[in-house]
Design a protein around this ligand. Sequence first.
Ligand code: SF4
Ligand code: SF4
Length: 179
Amino acid sequence: MKIKDQIRNQKDTRIYQKTKKYLERKKETDIEEKMKVVEKILELKELEKRYSYLYDLICDYLDYEFKEKNICGFDCGLCKRRKDMIARNIQKDTYENGCCHGYLKGKTCEHLEPGKGCKIKNIGCKTFTCFYLRKQGYRYHVKDIYFARYFFNPRQLFYMENTFFVDKPIILEGIMKRR
Ligand code: SF4
Ligand code: SF4
């Protein structure tokens, strides 16, 4: 293993302390339980394995969040935004599959499995919310997810949230390049 791929203990200690302070500042509950999630990430000393584990955790967190809160509100293939447009008699953009349907290309993303959802893991797509949802206060950023907040630099965060339609291995490579 290359030396630069190893995580320095000092850096890990800082991540641990900053995360704990962040949770305390936000007056979160179950801080000890939440810190166990961070400890588990810090146990992975090889950087690529750590990023890979974190990537999956972030995806699971966002999937759960969107499902639990029914954020896009899909019903018979139509999301909240499309339904709102239909209700207001605005014909544009009233197609099915929400923003997984490419308006300009006029077809649905190849990664969407009918009746099941997205087949790949893309954090950019998972954090994305349209103008309609943002007006309702729904905005998602990796830095706002407590367990991931201090593990990435700004270049990595920007890259992750602005790269769409490609699967985890490609994004992981990009994350590693932007260290
Ligand atoms: S983000 Fe907006 S446009 Fe995209 S699926 Fe959700 S409600 Fe629909
Ligand atoms: S890659 Fe993005 S646009 Fe394509 S199906 Fe998955 S979530 Fe939808």
